[in-house]
Ligand binder design. Sequence first.
Ligand code: UDP
Length: 450
Amino acid sequence: MANDKPHILVLPFPAQGHINPALEFSKCLASHGLKVTIILTSRVSKSAQVPLNSSINIETISDGSEEEKEPESIEGFFKRFNAAVSQNLAKFIQERRETCPAKVLVYDSVIPWALDVAHQEGLLGASFFTQCLGVCAVYYHIHQGLIKYPYEDSDLLLPSMTPLEVNDLPYFSFIPDPNNTVVRLLADQFSNLDEADWIFINTFDKLENEVLNWMASQWPFRTVGPTFSLMYPGKKLTNERNHKINLFELNHEASMKWLASREIGSVVYVSFGSVASLNEEQTDELAQGLIMSNCYFLWVVRASEEHKLPPNFTSMTSEKGLVVNWCPQTEVLAHHAVACFMTHCGWNSTLEALSSGVPLIAMPQFVDQMTNSKLIEDVFEVGLRVKADENGLVRREEIEMCIKQVIQGEKGKKLKESAGKWKELAKEAADKGGSSATNVEDFVSKLLNL
Ligand code: UDP
């Protein structure tokens, strides 16, 4: 056999918010002495800037996107993706059976059919959840038919969860799909979970203790987050840590150089992640709100969104702000110049901010971001949620007020204090002996003894 280390395959769902935690988990497993191969799918692989000289292998399998014209519906997209990837995944495993056999497939929980492929090919399967446990609890109830989408207009009390209003529940209506493919995709994470050999989730015990106890009474969920701060045994954290898979062109130097010349706690960092897209009017309100706040700002506007900025915005605001297409977010959040993070509340962004002790201004757009923003404001108590007007727009005055409250107000001090507490607890979970690090070590030791 070419390599005696246990070989693990990792199959993320092809989106930035799914690839990032899978990659961090993989790097951690590799640092514990496992051989790890991340399998990207072809469409996403084309735009991915992958790390060189990494401790993990990165390979690509076809998702069918090269062969046909684009499907017209989201349903068609998933049909083609599921068929092509399940077939090519099986082939990938078979082709390495002699030279580099794999023992386990870690697969993204939103592609539960990957577990069937793993089992058919004689591998064990580990489901990897990239949302928080609170959101998983909501999806579980949708899966069981205990909550129906579109929701009825009444509040919900789920076991071990803070009471949720309709506006706090995951929102899907942005996709005009009568069968609601996305709702099914998310609810189906539970379809064959009973058969998974391990279940991992990117959160940490103390952050979601009560809901963890409840979910763990149904399935053996193991927390492994925040994955990006998991400790690496016997290895320097620096270089390897910075290796990411970016699906967008990174403005690393520009962002970090600009931050370096700012004072401590003077900058609002603004990003809506890799998918959310503000309309032109909302982009303008945000731009004007940033100007009115008179604060320094670093704003990530993806290249595809740039045309929505007000004319001459970047040149007009060059004294106060910097707009980049993509930045090294975890480094930005760890920078002492950053005072607060205006975010769409993607789960990775939320965890990264908590782990850096940065308070949040929550401006959720869809899916789990609604629930995350509720947790951010009322449960973790690390941020303010913006209020939209009757047309669903968050006006410039609201944005200005939230920034001022978080950066200058008494409320801001409390949020910062609370964020500092989570920073310590996140570190504790991910450091040696912590709950997440121990869950990783248990997994590794089981694999070494298989
Ligand atoms: N991110 C980044 N640079 C940016 C903006 C985002 O590296 O300029 C990363 C961020 O650190 C996070 C991921 O992209 O890990 C976004 O995931 P999240 O779950 O927050 O949101 P999504 O993109 O899935 O909506």
